[in-house]
Design a protein around this ligand. Structure first.
Ligand code: ADP
Ligand code: MG
Length: 475
């Protein structure tokens, strides 16, 4: 590359990779690959990561997060030392393969750097053999990495960088315990980088436990991007519960949290919704812990459309994808209204806040209006038309595997059973929750029956398991 070209590039591109402390060989390699400028997340996070700080980086899918950590790992690497110096944890085999490919392309700039992918679904033996030959970087899924650590085939004593990639998805899939177990076996003196597309609550727990004074880079603040569209509907007392089904049929939200002021109202609403074919579950204080867990699991994994709750029962609830909140009754305190509707419109999603009010609740509505400082948007129930003749069904179905932590089942085992022999793709598998005695896995409704049969006929973690639908399914 000629000198003049370099200076023109540097002058005309504010986000040039040339601003970073990278080797000439690496800069040339980036040009060769066709990466001319840093993407915004790269520009924001690379200076921090290259300086050796711990980092939490959040930016949407496709924003170039892989390069953001790969360059940092490669810059720290001592190629002359054949030992695992960096490790990347990914949620699925497919994502680990993508990361491995990208890192190999970037590593071409340096001499012989060995990057090994260690994922479930493949046999252990070849992986063990590759590890014996030595590797500088390993990329893998938490369950499989843990297997290698338990067997002693992976030595992390020389590790100086740990990356948690797609942390939100890993938490979704129930990998918290596995990640924690792996992180505990990494040397304390290390750099930890966490990358995520969204920022669900669980991430805080992870960062507090495993990152040291991390710097944060968030390209879309959840609050700036929050879009809650509020609509109010005036109802007669006797049409209130039916109005909830009209709202559901009209807006067709995948997940809806419906708030009632009393437990009795919750029970009545469940009866009405169930009779009309909606998959609705109630969350109330009288539930036993196991039932409460099952309700929350089904709602959070998108196999139940509506969760009906009182404010007390919903306390502390955190659902990252919630398309709508319906206020079946108006709250007596205006603050509670803000609290209720703030649960939707998370991340960069839009959310609906739909409220029903009868004449005798107008005083409460007035107080909410004053608190918000904006006029209430009234709409008519008669505007609501069913958007489709198809019933509103949740996209996922929950399978319950009778076996859990006590049987040493881990999320990766279940994912492996479904994506390995059974032949499903990771995209057809949703959240996986492992509890003490049971494991719950959400699968795409369209393959639910096949998945059930395949799991019942096959093995999880080398053992036969009993699997059933957690709820009666309608098809
Ligand atoms: P994320 O992890 O944020 O979802 P990826 O790391 O998978 O995103 O990158 C998305 C795409 O952007 C990939 O195809 C990658 O090759 C490309 N890419 C990454 N960095 C750059 C860059 N600086 N210039 C051009 N393309 C890039
Ligand atoms: Mg990524």
């Amino acid at each position: 590359m000629s000198q003049s070209k370099t200076s023109i590039t540097a002058a005309s591109e504010a986000n040039s990779f040339g601003k970073l402390p990278l080797t000439g060989a690496m800069l040339e390699n980036l040009q060769r690959i066709g990466y001319e400028q840093m993407t915004p997340i790269q520009a924001a996070s690379l200076p921090i990561a290259l300086a050796g700080h711990d980092l939490i980086a959040q930016a949407k899918t496709g924003s170039g997060k892989t390069v953001a950590f790969a360059l940092a790992l490669l810059a720290r690497l001592d190629a002359g030392r054949m030992a695992v110096q960096a490790m990347v944890l990914c949620p699925t085999r497919e994502l680990a393969a993508q990361v491995t490919d990208e890192m190999r392309r970037l590593a071409r700039a340096e001499e012989n750097i060995k990057i090994l992918s260690l994922c479930g679904g493949a046999t252990m033996r070849p992986q063990i053999a590759s590890l014996e030959h030595g590797a500088h970087i390993v990329v893998g899924t938490p369950g499989r990495i843990l297997d290698h650590l338990e067997r002693g085939s992976l030595d992390l004593s020389a590790l100086n960088s740990l990356v948690l990639d797609e942390a939100d998805r890993m938490l979704d899939m129930g990998f918290y315990d596995d990640i924690a177990a792996v992180a505990k076996q990494c040397p304390k003196e290390r750099q930890t980088l966490l990358f995520s597309a969204t920022y669900p609550e669980g991430i805080d727990k992870l960062t507090k436990q495993f990152l040291r004074s991390p710097q944060e880079v968030k390209l879309q603040s959840r609050h700036a991007a929050t879009k809650i569209r509020q609509r109010w509907y005036e109802v007669q007392q006797d049409e209130r519960l039916h109005a909830v089904s009209l709202l559901l049929a009209h807006f067709r939200p995948v997940s809806t949290l419906a708030f009632c002021n009393t437990k009795q109202q919750c029970r009545d609403l469940i009866d009405v919704l169930t009779a009309q074919g909606f998959q609705a579950l109630a969350l109330h204080g009288d539930l036993e812990q196991r039932d409460r867990d099952q309700v929350l699991i089904q709602f959070a994994n998108r196999s139940s459309s509506v969760l009906v709750a009182t404010d007390v029962a919903a306390r502390g609830l955190d659902i990252d994808q919630l398309e709508a909140v319906i206020n079946v009754d108006v709250t007596p305190e205006p603050d509670l209204y803000t609290h209720r509707i703030g649960r939707t419109g998370r991340a960069d999603e839009e959310g609906w806040a739909l409220s029903l009010a009868s004449m005798d609740e107008m005083g409460r509505v007035g107080r909410i209006e004053v608190m918000q400082g904006t006029p209430t948007q009234w709409h008519k129930l008669s505007e609501l038309t069913a958007a489709s003749s198809e019933p509103l069904l949740p996209p996922m179905v929950t399978l319950q595997i009778l076996g859990g932590r006590k049987d040493k089942i881990r999320p990766g085992d279940v994912l492996g059973a479904l994506t390995g022999e059974a032949g499903f793709t990771a995209a057809q598998v949703g959240k996986i929750n492992v509890t003490e005695f049971s494991t719950y896995v959400a699968v795409d409704r369209r393959i639910a029956k096949q998945a059930l049969n395949k799991l019942n006929a096959g093995k999880v973690k080398g053992k036969r398991v009993k699997v059933r639908f957690l709820q009666e399914t309608q098809n």
